[in-house]
Write a protein that binds this ligand. Structure first.
Ligand code: EPZ
Length: 446
């Protein structure tokens, strides 16, 4: 039981629905004591945003798919529930190995409550359309960071020959015998690229996806599809070419490391004057992050092909950050990076170009003494000498990580509610921070 030592329980009660109490437990709360300089080694887990599309893609394959090193995440459990609802047999094997076997796909509808819970559920649409000729699901709602439309996904499905029907908050997509097409994405949407890539794998002929997303997770999905017998070329560039094949077969696959988790811990080292070695990383995926950390005064060294060491300065320098599609600075690290900038020497300008409303962490950082002003799509962050611990709430996954990091630098104790958001995308976040000397405790408040 974590006592709300700096605030009173009353400060948490009556929180708005963005922070829902965990049924039967109340609010999960993290208490973070500031002041530790983090030091030690952290093993990075496999990438959430690679394993989710690959789990969806397993619906395309005849025969079992075996994924190795699957991270222990809430979103992975949600996707496994969804695959089970669609008739798949999903079995956990030892050492984080997952075996998925679909069974002819009699069910084509993703349950509303799962799509509401996790937008990435929409990734089953492409595989269901390609394999079963139809798919139905609830329209994925917006979330804390923006409206999250799906127009680009639907534009791709329509180009492949599918018909769309909207009714009662649901969307039904139908199309037997899809045909290859040339599709231009108005924005290099990650999951739209992935959904169209999956649908095109079993279409007749060739599909070109232009202005495609180039994220490493898109490349990893293509790697899985090709290992299963697909013919996907150009993933990682802005033009992806998919040659339709008759069938895909299940295979074994190892998912890439999570560059966003790695970047989060690199920032934790940089903002606490720490010294952390990160293992199981792909340095190639972290170039924009490494460049910004060096600009802020951190030392970053590649110690092997799969490990990096980050040494933080006494006090980071202010840097300007503009989020962009890969290979630019990732939007998922904008909030964690802002935590570092709140105590940097000087003023930083943080511009969010990917999502329209990804500054919800700003008000919470200001409760801790940060000096931040939002102007349109930019936040002006004036570095202050110190932050102080306060009761704050996490509104989404990356905002939650941001507040934990800020608590590590703050004087006193920071209590964070809404930590279930963190469980969605960071495996053993608290345990990994404790390994490098952070004092973080998880409790519940009735
Ligand atoms: C993926 O979301 C990631 N999620 C997000 O990670 C990540 O922040 C985002 O890509 C950007 O890198 C997964 O991969 C499961 P987008 P996605 O489609 O695909 C607009 C996290 O914290 N857009 O690239 O939903 C949209 O409005 C999560 O791990 C359209 O206009 O992001 C947004 O402004 C958060 N029409 C922009 O594109 C569409 O049809 C980027 O969205 C689709 C998107």
């Amino acid at each position: 039981m974590v006592r709300a030592t700096t605030g009173t329980l009353g400060e948490f009660e009556g929180l708005d629905p963005l922070v829902e109490p965990v049924p039967g437990r109340g609010w999960d709360v993290l208490a973070v004591w500031g002041g530790a300089r983090l030091a030690g080694t952290i093993p990075v887990s496999a990438a959430k945003n690679a394993v989710l599309p690959i789990l969806a893609a397993s619906l395309l394959a005849d025969g079992p798919t075996v994924l190795r090193g699957v991270p222990d995440l809430e979103d992975v459990r949600t996707m496994c529930r969804l695959l089970t609802e669609l008739g798949c047999e999903v079995v956990w094997q030892p050492s984080r190995t997952l075996r998925i076997q679909n069974r002819g796909l009699q069910v084509h509808e993703a349950p509303y409550e799962l799509v509401r819970l996790m937008r990435a559920s929409f990734l089953v649409m492409g595989p269901l359309l390609a394999r079963a000729g139809r798919a139905k699901t609830a329209l994925p709602g917006g979330c804390a960071i923006g409206s999250r439309p799906i127009d680009l996904h639907l534009k791709g499905f329509a180009a492949l020959g599918a018909r769309m029907e909207f009714a009662h908050g649901r969307i039904q997509v139908e199309g037997r015998g899809l045909s290859g097409a040339r599709i231009y994405l108005d924005f290099p949407s990650v999951t739209a690229t992935e959904n169209i890539m999956m649908a095109a794998c079993l279409a007749r002929g060739t599909t070109l996806i232009e202005n495609a997303a180039q994220e490493p997770e898109v490349v990893d999905l293509a790697g899985y599809l090709n290992a299963a017998g697909g013919r996907v070329r150009g993933a990682g560039t802005d033009v992806v070419r998919v040659e339709g094949v008759d069938a895909l077969t299940g295979c074994e696959y190892q998912v890439i490391p999570d560059r966003i988790e790695a970047g989060t811990f690199m920032l934790a080292a940089a903002m606490t004057g720490g010294n952390i070695r990160l293992e199981n990383v792909v340095p190639e995926h972290l170039k924009a992050v490494v460049a910004k950390l060096r600009e802020a005064g951190a030392e970053v060294a590649e110690e092997s092909d799969t490990s990096l060491r980050v040494r933080g300065p006494i006090r980071p320098r202010a840097v300007d950050i503009k989020t962009l599609p890969f290979p630019g600075f990732p939007t998922d690290l904008q909030a964690p990076a802002m935590a570092m900038l709140t105590r940097a020497e000087g003023t930083s300008i943080v511009t969010e170009t990917v999502f329209e409303n990804r500054f919800l962490h700003v008000d919470e950082l200001k409760r801790m003494g940060a000096d931040i002003r939002i102007e349109g799509r930019s936040a002006i962050v004036r570095g202050v000498e110190r932050l102080t611990g306060a009761p704050v709430r996490a509104t989404d996954l990356r905002a939650g990580a941001c507040l934990v990091l800020a608590g590590l630098m703050a004087e006193g104790i920071t209590e964070i509610t809404g930590v279930q958001h963190i469980d969605r995308g960071y495996a053993d976040f608290v345990g990994k921070l404790q390994r490098v000397g952070a004092r973080v405790e998880r409790g519940t408040m009735a």
